[in-house]
Write a protein that binds this ligand. Structure first.
Ligand code: DNO
Length: 402
């Protein structure tokens, strides 16, 4: 349990150890989580299609199930924002109404932290889900050239080549000469099906023609530039924040992963200016940020501890994860003790600037028997358990210095 330590007039409250759990279908059970020191659960009503109302009954039923294991439902990740809200489609008003009802129901049930993202078409992006490391474990990897190949030769996006340097295009063209049909299929499967399938409603279920579907979604964003996407996010906030305030719910936008524009699509949650803009677009404390150290650290432009210091007070939820980034932009998940995330520093900052925030580890490696169990990419059991133990150690060391 999170505990309060009173020292003179200071009251410290540790970060709450939470874990992303994908509901009753998750092979990692609540019983397992209770045994490894998890305190709070991060989950969603994964069976409700994006845009539909989360009823109070369904919310309270899942909450009671979680509580029957001595755990609590601490955070919703995510209450998805439908594409039509992001590009400003005809049914946007109805979707916003539904969103408000779901928020109100969550507030009534006592679930007060709600994550969403505002990434058009595609959520997090990786090109390899099984990148082997020297120690025998494997991790997630983003290879810029393979991604550019996907853009230029698989999606065949008009004008795509102009988004890459001459040298990058040389490598992309060379890859085109050597890549096998099998590798191509695996790349499509990785970028569209496996990474999106469990977090992005557009690609849930059995997607028969992923590339065609992907291109249709890209079409919806023709003419939507950064300013228009920002305007649509502001419109979303103006519509839903009053409800969040009324029911005491803290909404917190997740950064873009990776934190820069891709595939000709704008991305607007990737750097200090973006986050400042969002937090100023509606100054309500209920309009907050999910500090995903992993996503932020994968952009070389971001100084992650400086951002934590700057945005700690408006942060409602923290993802503790780190990455290593090469000069050419390729990146992979780092150990939770290393890399550009600087998690020791972050724990120090958040525990002093905004005590008691929920945090979860993210994107564990594949290690030991992880490969034998079916789980969502990045959400292994042993890899994440190992990371949670490391982060718990960091927290204990930071707390002992208070
Ligand atoms: C991937 C996740 C994201 C995140 C959403 C939040 O592993 O970090 O899918 O949950 O973008 O809405």
């Amino acid at each position: 349990m999170s505990w309060l330590l009173t020292l003179g007039s200071f009251v410290f409250k540790n970060m709450e150890k939470t874990w992303r759990w994908f509901g009753r279908k998750d092979n990692i059970t609540l019983d397992m989580l209770r045994q490894i020191g998890v305190e709070g659960i991060v989950t969603a009503l994964h069976d409700v299609p994006s845009g539909e109302v989360w009823t109070l009954e369904a919310i309270t039923e899942l909450k009671a199930y979680i509580e029957s294991y001595g755990l609590r439902w601490s955070v919703v990740e995510s209450l998805p924002v439908s594409e039509s809200i992001k590009y400003g489609g005809a049914n946007r008003e109805q979707l916003l109404e539904n969103y408000k009802i779901s928020l109100a129901n969550l507030g009534k049930a006592g679930i007060k932290t709600v994550v969403y993202n505002f990434m058009p078409v595609i959520d997090w992006i990786r090109t390899d889900l099984n990148y082997k490391l020297a120690d025998g474990t494997s991790t997630l990897y983003f290879d810029k050239i393979r991604f550019a190949y996907f853009d230029c030769y698989i999606l065949n996006r008009e004008g795509a080549a102009a988004d890459y340097s001459t040298d990058e295009m040389k490598q992309v063209n060379a890859l085109n000469k050597t890549i096998s049909e099998e590798e191509k299929a695996e790349l499509i499967n990785t970028i569209i099906v496996k990474t999106q399938g469990f977090v992005n409603d557009s690609f849930k279920g059995n997607v028969l023609k992923p590339v065609e579907l992907f291109n249709q979604l890209l079409e919806l964003y023709k003419g939507i530039d950064k300013n228009q996407l920002r305007a649509n996010l502001k419109y979303f906030l103006e519509s839903v924040i009053p409800t969040a305030e009324q029911y005491g719910v803290n909404l917190c936008v997740h950064p873009d992963d990776p934190p820069y524009p891709v595939l000709g699509l704008p991305r607007i949650v990737g750097n200090v200016d973006d986050i400042e803009w969002i937090l100023n677009a509606d100054k309500s404390p209920n309009n907050g940020f999910t500090f995903c150290a992993g996503s932020l650290s994968s952009g070389l432009h971001n100084d992650v501890p400086a951002m934590a210091q700057k945005f700690a007070k408006r942060t409602h939820f923290v993802h503790l994860r780190s990455t290593e980034v090469a000069d050419n932009g390729n990146f992979m998940e780092a150990s939770h003790l290393e890399g550009r995330g600087h998690l020791v520093e972050l724990v120090r900052i958040f525990e002093s600037e905004n005590p008691g925030l929920p945090m979860r580890v993210d994107h564990g490696k594949l290690m030991l028997t992880d490969g034998d169990t079916k789980h969502n990419p990045g959400y292994s059991f042993l890899g994440r358990m190992f990371a949670l133990a490391q982060v718990s150690g960091i927290m204990a060391a930071v707390d002992s210095k208070k």
